[in-house]
Design a protein around this ligand. Sequence first.
Ligand SMILES: [Zn+2]
Length: 136
Amino acid sequence: MADFPQPDITDTNRPFWEGLDAGRLLFQQCDQGHRWLPARDFCPDCLSSTFEFVPASGLARVLSWVVYRTAFNDAFKDRLPYNVALVELEEGPRMMTNVLCAPDALAADLPVELVIQKEDTCSVARFQPAGRKAEA
Ligand SMILES: [Zn+2]
């Protein structure tokens, strides 16, 4: 099986990836209270460079998704069909992720909860329908 694509870890996003390795999903919040993902060096709303990384509750809802039935990277060949979804954390930031469920189980506003999974050397934030038992 091909290697899972690894993230480019920079000084900017290192806290995000280290947070996942420690079992927490972190988003950024500026001194004016704006919150965002993915990691950047300044607030996308007010351009403040004074911010902190804050742990998310792990609860979110599905906004939109696509289902892939063709693997454009060999690493995903054995996972077909899989989805790529946009979810909104209950704290507000939105992120691209995968929802661990069958394609027909996806729905707009579906409540989902965080599942951190290891892919080679990095941990990734995925979600599953809320209230379901954790998948391995
Ligand atoms: Zn701000």
